[in-house]
Design a protein around this ligand. Sequence first.
Ligand code: DX5
Ligand code: ZN
Length: 221
Amino acid sequence: MNDFFIAPSILAADFARLGEEVDQVLAAGADIIHFDVMDNHYVPNLTIGPMVCKALRKYGVTAEIDVHLMVKPVDSMITDFIAAGASYITFHPEATEHIDRSLQLVRDGGCKSGLVFNPATPLHHMKHVMDKLDMVMLMSVNPGFGGQKFIPETLEKLKEARAMIDASGYNIRLEVDGGVTQNNIAAIAAAGADTFVAGSAIFGKPDYKQAIDEMRTALKT
Ligand code: DX5
Ligand code: ZN
């Protein structure tokens, strides 16, 4: 496993051939699969739910699945995604009444837990729950759609999140989601991220291996 995780977002995959798309992106060198769940309530778009996660497991996907919940409320979906074979389950602090309880629910189900921060959401929501986090994810676009432009302010926020994680002493991954490309990934890593979601910059390219290789090369420089 690499220190830097490349996490292709299947939001940009061909849903009619989802199993093959996941196989291909894993063969191309992806570390984990990013799975965007949207409810047309917390965000203005509707995507896929636990049945699709379960179907991928049944199809034979053994890689870690990084479930990003853009739903409100979160607890019943947490329970359903635990049963469906999720590896990570992350949610937005605004989407639950009880952040601590929802994180505990994820961990109790044997999954890795995470909080996701929208561009304008301050990081203080994580301060008192660091011991219950395996992942912190910063949105570098407003959630709801793929193919948006990276918001540069995220770089400063990443540095802040990195400092908070390092000061906590816990082993917490720092993921960034939205507008990540081969051109900006090095700057995002330099700001402290170690896990990179990319939808259109991978599935939008004809050669997934080349797209991922270019990211890894950029991360080495
Ligand atoms: C946006 C989703 C992202 C999205 C990223 O709400 O959470 O995961 O798929 O897509 P790109 O990489 O195209 O910005
Ligand atoms: Zn996402």
